[in-house]
Design a protein around this ligand. Structure first.
Ligand SMILES: [Zn+2]
Length: 251
């Protein structure tokens, strides 16, 4: 019963994250207006706006104009619902559960804004960084990171990207990485600690380069094709709490 309730609450949050993913990059209001179809602007009545279920009942199509609704809406709702259930199974009713949900919710929203719009928004990274410091300071960090490791992690994470960006500008006169990436590393360093930064930086750069080249090769994109690097940072960060210690034990 509790699991089902958490799943439902999670799916409602997921549906709100979808609103954030679509509206924040377009500078639209996330709170006041009701959900609408992005093709025909049809306002979705609240009784039809049930997370997960309405998508499945309407077979992923708008009820009014029958245009396809992006599959990612369903993915975000299901992932968020699963996140709520999983976090609770780890830490029970505690601040750590809340911290875990906040961190992974941030990663989820950032993954999709970067994938869809190449944007990592300050409105997401900055508040979640601040919350990370607060949770860590009061020893509610779900990954058991100390406040010292957290502060150094955030600062180093930000500075590394800042310097790489500066060097790209200086020597190639191109924008290799955005400051959004730097702020994402700030957030990740604060929540996961200093040790995480090097591994996440290395693994995301390597996988990003490999997959980026594959996409250019397979889909015949030109060399200026931009990869959403933030998505790779997000995946590496999401896996770090599970694979990081395995890696550090090997070396
Ligand atoms: Zn429509």
């Amino acid at each position: 019963m509790l699991t089902l309730s958490l799943f439902i609450i999670g799916s409602i949050f997921g549906s709100f994250y979808n609103v954030c993913i679509y509206r924040l990059p377009n500078d639209l209001d996330v709170i006041s207006k009701r959900s609408f179809c992005t093709t025909c602007k049809y306002q979705i009545p609240f009784y039809l706006n049930v997370p997960i279920i309405s998508y499945i009942i309407n077979l992923g199509k708008c009820k009014n104009c029958k245009s396809k609704i992006n599959f990612s809406y369903l993915i975000v709702e299901i992932l968020t619902a699963t996140l709520f259930v999983y976090a609770y199974s780890l830490y029970g009713l505690s601040f750590k559960t809340l911290g875990y949900i906040i961190f992974y919710s941030g990663l989820l929203i950032i993954f999709f804004t970067d994938l869809k719009y190449y944007l990592i928004l300050d409105k997401i990274t900055i508040p979640i960084s601040v919350l990370g410091l607060v949770f860590t300071f009061f020893q509610h960090n779900p990954f058991d990171v100390s406040i010292l490791s957290s502060i150094i992690g955030g600062v180093i994470g930000y500075l590394i990207i800042y310097v790489i960006r500066f060097l790209f500008f200086k020597f190639r006169n191109v924008e290799g990485m955005g400051l959004g990436d730097a702020k994402l590393f700030l957030m990740v360093g604060i929540w996961l600690g200093i040790k995480s930064i090097y591994l996440i930086l290395a693994s995301s750069a390597i996988t990003g380069a490999i997959i980026g080249s594959l996409i250019i090769y397979i889909y015949k994109k030109d060399k200026d094709f931009q990869i959403p690097y933030g998505c790779f940072i997000v995946i590496a960060s999401a896996l770090y709490p599970y694979l990081g210690s395995v890696f550090y034990n090997l070396i």
